[in-house]
Ligand binder design. Structure first.
Ligand code: FAD
Ligand code: NAI
Length: 472
């Protein structure tokens, strides 16, 4: 594409937001390019996020279960040993298969995949420092910025990715650390703490707040979740501030302080994981020069149609407002392209699911009880424990519950909160129900196959609506 013959759409960033936007644009007949500097597609999610973490979660779970939970099932196994290099290689293989798959999809949809770092020369011209060396320039009628996010550093703590690691280094530790200390009891801390705890590390999670699970989790669910993880052997130091770190005799010594009482102490660790959040990536894009507005948290400011402050430039995903989740970035990618193509797109921010992929998983959508109270909404809660679900019981996998919150006056479902081994998949029907504006009654009068764990969703809905469940 040249200044005379520009692309219809140039997407900057090939993560779940960017690559999905590029494919949708091409499918709608728009001439499209996608610029990515990483050397592989799929962004944080496929390369160093969702996918490698889920590979490690799945395989560490199988390892742990084989070690501790086979005898009563009538399976006698010999010595169960960890082969960490093979487990890491299996993770890497799932990453390369999926990133390669995305590259194939771009080719199939005739999208120009440009490997290099993009920077705005003007609102319609983009300079690219090519990975293979040299520079190039493209021009575009529309640009979508999808440059994602990166690890928030801990002030004064240098991440060496060996002893003091981010989510990237913790996915690639070459030995099981004897003691792993995690700073931050958010999603990354709990998922990766679980992985290494199952593989044999002593894990301690230090969290500034009094609860675990990060933003948006229901208070009761968070407490229940903490109990389950504690039972699994993870130690929590809540209401605790990390003040700094020092390397001493092959260990990392963290100085900590009680957030409430100011009591000072130290914890020694073999490896420290810094998991205190992520921040938007806009460095090098030259946004100041073209006048794209950024807020005080570094997020690109957009309106409800994904427009930045500069005409023709849209923005989606982790680099702008909202939860930093792959599926949220994907929804926005499609909607932003639809706005370009037809002037209309839609994302329902009230029905974006969150899932923590521990065992059991924790999944939620919509309002928490705390939200309802704060907003003065009168609500009903239907809560059904997994231990009363026949399938969970036969599988001997009974930790957790389904909790459904409905509006008292209308029975409309306001939120769903699940702890169960398949919580992420079970949640989808509540997300769909909310998308359709369903009532608790709609869900409980829907026939659910028996015996399935999803029957717990039906029973929780029945409980919310009628005050009683059948099997509890
Ligand atoms: P990104 O995926 O960050 O992609 C942006 C891309 O833009 C990057 O590849 C970057 O190299 C590229 N880029 C940046 N600047 C430029 C430039 N100037 N020129 C060219 N290219 C550029 N989310 C979930 O929903 N489920 C999960 O299970 C989950 N697990 C996670 C686990 C971990 C350990 C981490 C770290 C994150 C996880 N996430 C998960 C979050 C998820 O990865 C992000 O929300 C998602 O990747 C955001 O997509 P994006 O397209 O906005 O940005
Ligand atoms: P997070 O925002 O979920 O949690 C960070 C935690 O660190 C918070 O609880 C915060 O209170 C705590 N914290 C902050 N500063 C601290 C300090 N100085 N001392 C002690 N604790 C401190 O961030 P996290 O876990 O780094 O994950 C980043 C994002 O990546 C998530 O918010 C999510 O959007 C995404 N992600 C999603 C996953 C999923 O969907 N399953 C998995 C992993 C990441």
């Amino acid at each position: 594409a040249t200044a005379q013959d520009p692309y219809d759409v140039v997407v900057i960033g090939g993560g779940p937001g960017g690559y999905v936007a590029a494919i949708k644009a091409a499918q709608l007949g728009l001439k499209t390019a996608c610029i990515e500097k990483r050397g592989s597609l799929g962004g944080t999610c496929l390369n160093v996020g969702c996918i490698p973490s889920k590979a490690m979660l799945n395989n560490s779970h199988i390892f742990h279960q084989t070690q501790h939970d086979t005898k009563a099932r009538g399976i006698d196994v010999g010595d169960v040993k960890l082969n960490l290099p093979v487990m890491l290689a299996a993770k890497n293989k799932s990453v390369s298969a999926l990133t390669g798959g995305v590259e194939y999809l771009l080719k199939k949809n005739k999208i120009d995949y440009i490997k290099g770092e993009a920077s705005f020369a003007s609102a319609t011209e983009i300079d690219i420092a090519l990975l293979e060396g040299g520079n190039s320039q493209v021009s575009a009628k529309n640009v979508i910025i999808a440059t994602g996010s990166e690890v928030t550093p801990f002030p004064g703590m240098e991440i060496d990715e060996k002893q003091i690691v981010s989510s990237t280094g913790v996915l690639d530790l070459q030995e099981v650390p004897k003691k792993l200390v995690v700073i931050g009891a958010g999603v990354i801390g709990l998922e990766m703490g679980s992985v290494w705890s199952r593989l044999g590390s002593e894990v301690e999670v230090v969290e500034f707040l009094g609860t675990i699970g990060g933003q948006g989790i229901d208070g009761g669910i968070a407490k229940n979740f903490q109990k389950i993880l504690t039972k699994q052997g993870i130690k929590f130091s809540l209401n605790t501030k990390v003040m700094g770190a020092e390397k001493k005799d092959g260990k990392v010594v963290l100085a900590i302080e009680g957030a409430k009482d100011g009591k000072k102490s130290e914890i020694a660790a073999d490896v420290v994981l810094v998991a205190i959040g992520r921040r938007p990536v806009t460095k090098g894009l030259n946004l100041e020069k073209i006048g794209v507005e950024v807020d005080d948290k570094g997020r690109i400011v957009i309106d409800s149609e994904f427009n930045t402050s500069v005409k023709g430039i849209k923005c989606i995903g982790d680099v702008t407002f909202g939860p930093m989740l792959a599926h949220k970035a994907e929804e926005e990618g499609i909607a932003a392209v639809e706005y370009i193509h037809s002037g209309y797109g839609h994302v329902n921010y009230k029905a974006i699911p969150s899932v923590v992929y521990t065992h059991p998983e924790v999944a939620w959508v919509g309002k928490t009880e705390e939200d309802c109270k704060a907003e003065g909404i009168e609500y009903n809660v239907g809560s059904f424990p997994m231990v009363a679900n026949s399938r969970a019981k036969t599988n001997n996998d009974t930790d957790g519950l389904v909790k459904i919150i409905t509006e008292k006056s209308s029975d409309r479902i306001l939120g769903g909160h699940i702890i169960a081994s398949a919580a992420g998949d079970m949640l989808s029907e509540i997300v769909l129900a909310m998308e359709y504006g369903s009532s608790g009654e709609d869900v409980y009068r829907t026939c659910h196959a028996h015996p399935t764990v999803s029957e717990a969703v039906k029973e929780a809905a029945m409980m919310a609506t009628t005050g009683k469940a059948i099997n509890f």
